[in-house]
Design a protein around this ligand. Structure first.
Ligand code: NAP
Length: 274
């Protein structure tokens, strides 16, 4: 399997997913497809009926555990709750040697309510679940030199975009992972896409190698969707209260594409303050 480092690091422990929503389920399925044995995986949720049904449909019912069990047993913990719920694991006792990987938009590593040292905290920002299923997603990583997280993201077929500063996540989130969704909505509203304008916006926020991100967004964005299909596509990608939702709201209220993407950056910064 291509998760050798992860397997060795876990030993008898599990890889825990804290949060079983759109992204959590896609990551769990991707890790199993990459060869992680089911007995090494555990996933917890708050307890909504819809989530339990979706977990069952995804073949993940048998890896569901309580949040206490996930905290206690995991040596790698992927944190996948909404940014507004970033305190969800407060008070839970993690293993002292646990590596915590946060996938939350906005929220900085220092705000994680986890009893682990700074060196055991990593942030990743992936593209939406549909791109994971297509095996053509991207993910920013900070700090970028963490080999375990690199292996996990690579096993999900995510192209890794290393970030030099944690604050770069704000612009990356809006102008990278959110871009296919924003483009879909922009075209759905009847507008033309102007790549030159997008490049200029990315330059203002000092995002390197933007051409490859732009090409990726055009490659993965769905075409010729019916209204119902577009609605479903947007729902799986927009976490309520999150960055994508802010961009979609700005577009619907009449802003142009670049201005709407900047609203996403603003929303990410707001989430960082809490
Ligand atoms: N969706 C995307 O495209 C995407 C892309 C990149 C990054 N992200 C980031 O990924 C995170 C998750 O996004 P999402 O779209 O997957 O959100 P989501 O569908 O709303 O899922 C959030 C999950 O967190 C669980 N949860 C909330 N409080 C909990 C608690 N106290 N204990 C255990 N579980 C708890 C929820 O459980 P219940 O379902 O039982 O309520 C739910 O399963 C967000 O921070 C977002 O910024 C999302």
């Amino acid at each position: 399997m291509n998760l050798e480092l992860t397997g060795r690091f876990l030993g008898d422990a599990t890889l825990g997913l804290f949060g079983a929503g759109h992204l959590g389920r896609a990551i769990a399925q991707g890790l199993l497809a990459a060869g992680l044995p089911k007995r090494r995986l555990a996933i917890c949720r708050r307890g909504s009926i819809e989530t339990d049904r979706a977990l069952s449909d995804a073949g993940l019912a048998e890896v569901v555990a309580s949040s206490e069990q996930v905290a206690r047993r995991s040596r790698i913990l992927l944190y996948l709750v909404r940014p507004q719920d970033y305190l969800a694991m407060q008070g839970l006792e993690l293993r002292a040697d646990c590596l915590v990987v946060s996938f939350m938009a906005g929220v900085p590593l220092q705000n994680l309510p986890a009893n682990v040292a700074a060196a055991q905290r990593v942030r990743a920002m992936t593209s939406a679940p549909d791109t994971l299923r297509q095996r053509d997603g991207l993910a920013a990583l900070y700090p970028a030199d963490n080999p375990l997280t690199r292996e996990l993201l690579a096993s999900l077929h995510l192209k890794i975009v290393p970030l030099r500063r944690e604050s770069d996540f704000h612009a990356f989130t809006a102008l990278g992972p959110c871009l296919p969704i924003a483009l879909t909505q922009w075209e759905g509203l009847g507008h033309e896409i102007d790549d030159a304008e997008l490049r200029q916006t990315a330059e203002r926020f000092e995002l390197p190698d933007y051409d490859s991100i732009l090409q990726w967004a055009h490659r993965v964005r769905p075409r010729r969707l019916s209204d119902a299909e577009r609605k479903r596509y947007l729902a799986q990608a927009a976490t309520p209260g999150g960055v994508t939702e802010a961009i979609l709201h700005a577009l619907t209220s009449g802003m142009n594409l670049s201005a709407a993407l900047e609203q996403g950056i603003k929303r990410s910064r707001e989430l960082a303050i809490g």
